[in-house]
Design a protein around this ligand. Structure first.
Ligand SMILES: Cc1cc2nc3c(=O)[nH]c(=O)nc-3n(C[C@H](O)[C@H](O)[C@H](O)COP(=O)(O)O)c2cc1C
Length: 139
């Protein structure tokens, strides 16, 4: 059974590129072993991450991430059983919001800012889908 989970969190301080790369490196090491795929978005102060995979593996990975001291205010936004993955090609894709077209943010929210705390989980899922469709997901 496949599960899709989306959560948001806040960085402790301004996120350095090295700190982000270290998070992505451990994701890309662990996720293939666990059959997890997904995407991690950040604007330097907020994270928005989607995890896809088996229910047990997604739960274990999310519980591990939620305890990570490199972020805070972890809030679960969306959890659903799915029949297929959206990000099958990514062990953990990266989206940096400083390069994002403001129009994509405005399509889904009142202001052109990344604030998953203030929108529904469905809106965050739709935003992630649009980012993939417009080739904003990188490695
Ligand atoms: C925002 C954020 C996202 C993360 N995403 C993942 C992930 O997708 N997969 C993963 O294994 N670890 C992820 N981590 C790291 C885990 O919290 C944890 O440090 C890591 O899995 C420990 O494994 P390691 O000792 O092999 O690096 C993330 C951490 C943060 C702060």
């Amino acid at each position: 059974m496949l599960i899709r989970l989306v959560y948001t969190s806040r960085t402790l301080d301004i996120l350095t590129p090295a700190a982000l790369e270290s998070i992505l490196a451990s994701s890309r090491k662990n996720n293939p072993l666990n059959g997890i795929t997904g995407v991690l978005c950040t604007n330097g102060s907020v994270f928005l991450q989607m995890l896809e995979g088996g229910r047990k593996e997604v739960n274990e990975t999310y519980n591990r991430i939620a305890k990570d001291p490199r972020h805070q205010d972890v809030q679960l936004l969306h959890f659903s059983e799915v029949t297929e993955r959206k990000f099958a090609g990514w062990s953990m894709g990266k989206v940096s919001f400083d390069r994002i077209n403001m129009a994509i943010l405005l399509k889904h929210s009142a202001r052109p800012v990344l604030d998953p705390y203030s929108v529904s989980g469905a809106v965050s899922v739709a935003l992630l889908e649009d980012l993939m469709a417009t080739a904003n997901v990188g490695s």
